[in-house]
Design a protein around this ligand. Structure first.
Ligand code: MG
Ligand code: ZN
Length: 163
């Protein structure tokens, strides 16, 4: 059976919420960018929306999984109020200097591979929007087309690259 779903993977910081220069540690520094129309458009085109984010700040002890969950709940809830469903959040809690190597920290493709397996996604019909070269590399390694944007660049500007 061929995979039945397609997805747009989204990096978090600099794509969904404002890039703050480093891991966002506090809920009050978590500012959601206005990408509501663009994400609704992608959802209407039949894409699942999945977040894939490096959260090495966890390994560094800068914030806890509980605080991270609050940020992701806020994101999910805010989008929900705009008619957009984020299907899942995949994050890498590791950092090479603190926890050693892992398979999920981008540019490794682990987070995307988790999403692809969990939601029966066809990578050849899927995309990864990120603001770092490592996002594109992770996408390519997972067989997903990477789309590089500038930090905080509106997603509406790349909609024409997504079928
Ligand atoms: Mg980013
Ligand atoms: Zn990891």
């Amino acid at each position: 059976m061929p995979a039945k779903n397609k997805a747009v993977f989204l990096d978090r910081d600099g794509v969904l919420n404002q890039e703050m220069g480093d891991y966002v540690r506090r809920l009050e520094d978590f500012h959601i960018l206005d990408n509501f129309e663009a994400l609704k458009t992608l959802q209407d085109r039949g894409y699942l929306l999945l977040v894939a984010t490096n959260q090495g700040g966890l390994a560094k002890g800068w914030y806890t999984e509980e605080e991270l969950t609050k940020m992701h709940s806020l994101l999910k809830q805010t989008y929900h109020e705009h008619g957009i469903e984020i299907t899942d959040f995949f994050y890498c809690p590791h950092h090479p200097l603190f926890t050693g190597d892992c398979d999920c920290r981008k540019p490794k493709p682990g987070l995307l591979l988790q999403g692809i397996a969990k939601y029966d996604i066809d990578p050849s019909k899927s995309y990864f929007i990120g603001d770092r070269e490592r996002d594109v590399e992770a996408g390519t390694a997972a067989g997903v087309k990477g789309i590089l944007i500038d930090s905080d660049q509106p997603i509406s500007t790349v909609l024409d690259q997504i079928k």
